[in-house]
Write a protein that binds this ligand. Structure first.
Ligand code: AHR
Length: 499
């Protein structure tokens, strides 16, 4: 079978939003403790931050990180995580049945973010707490000095304000599993009043209201409608969360997961725009897709949380396969295709828990398969996202109906002349002979072609074999005249760079 892309430099969607290459650090499992932070590890610095993990985070090209949760934030007291470590209380975290020592908190995270050159996206607790605590946290974090809370931060060793610009108003408040779960009406009012109060302290913040924690939620749509009705002029973004996993051996549906993500984005945009029209507002609400990934969540649900309360238990340390990496690459294609409305996206999570980076206590850190499509996309998606057309055969899937076997996005940097094309072949069994007409770009030369595919779709990287799954040169790719051609193996992700 064969497939074709039509690309033209004049058809632009929007600039690449750098914050689409965001990630998420939650106090869950070993993401923080044993992930970012492990005092005594051979690579740890004076702050106990693991140098090997930091190096991989930089290599991955992560631009922004949401912190500290997740379900965790809905029971969190931020004050517990600041001040002298020996005075910090140890508490129960009911969200993950974990003992939280609070050795790592806001100031440690900000130190890590600065060293890793990452923009923070901070979440406030609107589950068990409210307006006062959110405003107090903002004062502690961002006010220069001269008030009780800002002076406390200075006393805690952070003389400069953290200048955190983007704040999430709670987490997944539509989910019955959430501590302090609320109806859309209850949450909409609370989010609006919290936003208003935070803006009285600092008008220029970027605020994210909680959207639905999944497209399959019974309240999806109605939730966004009510919440935005209350918050429309007070927030900038509405959140969306989506996780995908292989169900049995239904590879075709899994490979087409991005069809669901695409519909999710379109439906949230339609709902937000309908609210805007009703309110006669010229403002456009953007999406913060602040949790997305492949997550073997059923395994966690079936095994349940640990029966005993322990510190940093191993939770959802999924070992990602080639198939998972192809899906992650294709979800990134979808996020980029919607650059006009998706302003922020955070892969969940960053280290050990549902993560592209794995690390062992006192041991090494390594790249999982899903690290690679993320790193390559973050590095090479530059300039403007182009609105391209895909002509490809279709395939019938159990979950998403008929889908085109190819999906693609292209970015074009007019300054450097670099054109990058990302393509996924979602057919689990058949290769596709692929062609793209490059006439609109003049004489283009192929500078790099990379392929992520494998005869064993279930191969994964491990501590002993950390580079088993890695991108390799796309040997079949070539530019012939003004046409880029390549053979795309079944279940594969490719990147082509042209100049
Ligand atoms: O990322 C893991 C969990 O998934 C988060 O804590 C929660 O927000 C979501 O349900």
């Amino acid at each position: 079978q064969s497939g074709k892309l039509s690309i033209d430099p004049a058809f632009v969607v929007a600039p690449v939003n750098r914050r689409v290459f965001g990630s998420f650090v939650e106090h869950m499992g070993r993401c923080v403790y044993g992930g970012l932070y492990e005092p005594g590890h051979p690579t740890a610095d004076e702050d106990g931050l693991r140098g090997d993990v930091m190096e991989l985070v930089r290599e991955m090209g992560v631009t922004a990180v949401r912190y500290p949760g997740g379900n965790f934030v809905s029971g969190y007291r931020w004050e517990d995580g600041v001040g002298p470590v020996e005075d910090r209380p140890t508490r129960l975290d009911p969200a993950w049945k974990t003992i939280e020592t609070n050795a790592f908190g806001l100031n440690e995270f900000m130190r890590w973010a600065r060293k890793a050159d990452i923009e923070p996206v901070m979440a406030v607790n609107l589950g068990t707490r409210g307006i006062a605590e959110a405003v107090e946290l903002l004062e502690y974090a961002n006010h220069p000095k001269g008030t009780a809370l800002s002076d406390l931060r200075v006393e805690h060793g952070a003389p400069e304000p953290h200048a955190i610009r983007t704040w999430c108003l709670g987490n997944e408040m539509d989910g019955p599993w959430q501590l302090g779960h609320k109806t859309a009406e209850e949450y909409g009012r609370l989010a609006a009043e919290t936003a208003r109060a935070m803006r009285q302290v600092e008008p220029d913040l970027e605020l994210v209201a909680c959207g639905s924690s999944g497209r399959a939620m019974a309240t999806f749509g109605a939730w966004e409608d009510t919440v935005l009705e209350h918050t429309y002029e007070l927030v900038d973004h509405v959140s969306a969360h989506a996780y995908y996993e292989l169900d049995g051996d239904d590879r075709a549906s899994f490979l087409a997961s991005s069809v669901d993500m695409d519909k999710f984005i379109r439906e949230v945009v339609a709902t937000a725009d309908a609210v805007g029209a009703r309110l006669k507002s010229s403002k456009k609400i953007m999406i913060s897709f602040d949790e997305w990934n492949v997550w073997y969540n059923k395994a966690l649900t079936e095994s349940g949380l640990p029966t005993d309360w322990t510190q940093a238990p191993r939770l959802s340390e999924d070992a990602y396969t080639v198939l998972d990496a192809v899906v992650v690459g294709s979800l990134l294609i979808t996020l980029l295709q919607h650059s006009d409305r998706v302003a922020i996206a955070c892969q969940a999570q960053l280290v050990n828990t549902i993560a592209p980076i794995r690390s062992e206590p006192d041991g090494p850190a390594w790249r999982q398969s899903i690290f690679h499509p993320f790193a390559l996309t973050a590095r090479h998606a530059r300039g403007q996202v182009l609105d391209l057309r895909v002509d490809a055969p279709t395939l019938t899937t159990a979950k998403h109906g008929e889908v085109a076997v190819l999906d693609a996005v292209a970015t074009h940097d007019a300054e450097t002349g670099q054109l990058t094309v990302f393509v996924v072949n979602r057919d689990p069994a058949e290769a596709v002979a692929f062609a793209t007409d490059l006439r609109g770009f003049g004489a283009a030369t192929l500078t790099e072609a990379v392929l992520l595919a494998d005869d064993d779709l279930f191969a994964a990287n491990t501590m002993d074999e950390p580079d088993r799954v890695a991108p390799r040169p796309h040997t079949s790719a070539a530019v012939d005249g003004t046409t880029l051609r390549a053979e795309l193996p079944p279940a594969s992700w490719s990147m082509f760079r042209l100049q």
